[in-house]
Write a protein that binds this ligand. Structure first.
Ligand code: ATP
Ligand code: MG
Length: 423
């Protein structure tokens, strides 16, 4: 981890153009935050954040096309050669009065003041690739080397200002595979009342990053130990030690997709509608919540290895073709962690479910060879509850035996069914 890495870094042309043009006008301008951290640890940055002493109007004046993205906060988007580059004016923050947002934002001409409002030392470095200067007032480089998450200045104060920061600390520890500096870690429990005030959307965003990281299990353990988990996921935090450990391991074993990891994490603690409710409470999109409800409801596939084909087709019908693979992935992760000896039987079941689906059996009433109208004609009745009853009867019949799904055979079945009911 050296300055050389920064000097050699592959910085996109549009970013460099913006840096050059602001510099020519006499402004200080740096790459800041996550991108500097990522280059130093040898990872290609996801995006490049540019910070400058230029005020938003000054940035606007320096380029032909500029979008005023968040001018009050000092952020504008420069459109350059069809690319978008966000430039933020150096700023400091007034007091935090509510544990969420600063009461005011002040533009600054000095990069160090901007860096001192940032959360962790590894996120509080700035690099000027033209002047080849690294600004690192809080020892971010050393902490990166030591793999430490450490607050900029006093952890208790920083966590009291913005209650999201403790969760971000744990998230970065999980994503980067770092440890929490002891003082930073110790500041979490006393500031939990501030964390409780944070909007659940923001909590969820950080939680998802943690959950999808390669060290989700470690992140979840840290959340438990620091008391953060109890605040937003008491269902997991309050589970017994063994149950929680298995849940974390299952999440880790699952592929890194949010619904699948959530299902692997929660299925053995909460199923179906209550799991869906947890997702809604955490402000996940309704679709994610619905999926989580279905996946947790049906995740216990290891208990169905002896099921008949008709019974497995009913699983397919209830889960829906689109969710079969996510369901298999969540179920497999649970089995691997909980009952590895049952894995071969599970894999056999997995093959059977895939083969049954590949045969494209009718799984919904829409796929029946008879329409509602056909059913009414066959039965000689008009719209009535009996039509729904007849439709469900036919669907059950084709789930038992998909070869029955031909209009003449279904008509025959319907007649027999009607005669049986009349008798
Ligand atoms: P990622 O790669 O996950 O996006 P990042 O470091 O870019 O990591 P962001 O959440 O995008 O993280 O934030 C960008 C930068 O803004 C951070 O590096 C940090 O300097 C600063 N920052 C973000 N959120 C906060 C916060 N709540 N308090 C203080 N500084 C913050
Ligand atoms: Mg970022």
């Amino acid at each position: 981890m050296t300055l050389e890495q920064l000097h050699r870094a592959d910085i996109p042309r549009p970013i460099l153009d913006v840096l050059h043009q602001l510099r020519e006008r006499g402004f200080a301008v740096f790459l800041v935050g996550g991108c500097v951290r990522d280059i130093l640890r040898g990872v290609a940055p996801k995006d490049f954040d540019v910070a400058s002493s230029a005020l938003p109007q000054e940035v606007q004046g320096a380029f032909k096309k500029v979008i005023p993205t968040g001018i009050q906060h000092g952020t504008v988007t420069v459109v350059i050669g069809g690319n978008h580059v966000e430039v933020t004016t150096f700023r400091s923050e007034g007091d935090y009065l509510d544990g969420r947002r600063p009461s005011s934002v002040t533009f600054e001409r000095d990069i160090t003041r901007d860096l001192s409002r940032r959360d962790f030392t590894i996120n509080a470095m700035a690099y000027d690739p033209i002047g080849r200067e690294l600004v690192d007032p809080f020892g971010g480089m050393a902490d990166l080397q030591a793999k430490l998450i450490r607050c900029v200045r006093s952890p208790l104060e920083r966590f009291s200002e913005d209650g999201l920061r403790p969760l971000r600390a744990v998230r970065f520890a999980a994503v980067l595979g770092f440890s929490l500096d002891p003082a930073t870690r110790d500041a979490i429990p006393p500031t939990l009342p501030i964390f409780k005030k944070v909007a659940l959307e923001r909590v969820r965003e950080e939680f998802v990053k943690l959950l999808l990281s390669p060290r989700a299990e470690l992140g979840l353990t840290l959340l438990q130990e620091t008391g953060l988990l109890e605040v937003f996921l008491p269902e997991l935090a309050g589970a017994g030690e063994d149950a929680a450990r298995l849940a974390r391991a299952a999440a880790q074993a699952a592929p890194a997709e949010v619904e699948i990891r959530l299902a692997a994490l929660l299925a053995d603690l909460v199923r179906g509608a209550p799991a869906r409710d947890i997702a809604l409470r955490l402000k996940f999109p309704t679709k994610t919540a619905d999926t989580l409800g279905v996946l947790t409801e049906h995740a216990f596939l290891e208990n169905r290895t002896g099921d008949s084909d008709p019974s497995l087709r009913r699983v397919l019908a209830q889960v829906g073709p689109a969710l079969l693979e996510p369901l298999l992935a969540a179920a497999k992760a649970r089995v691997e962690v909980r009952q590895p000896d049952r894995l071969p039987a599970f894999l056999g079941l997995q093959d059977r479910l895939r083969a049954l689906l590949a045969a494209k059996p009718p799984l919904t009433t829409k796929e029946l060879a008879l329409s509602g109208k056909d059913i009414m004609t066959t039965l000689g009745i008009g719209p009535s509850p009996q039509v729904g009853e007849a439709t469900r009867f036919l669907l059950e019949a084709v789930l038992d035996d998909p070869t029955l799904n031909e209009s003449e055979r279904l008509k025959g079945l319907l007649k027999t069914w009607q005669a049986g009911k009349g008798a």
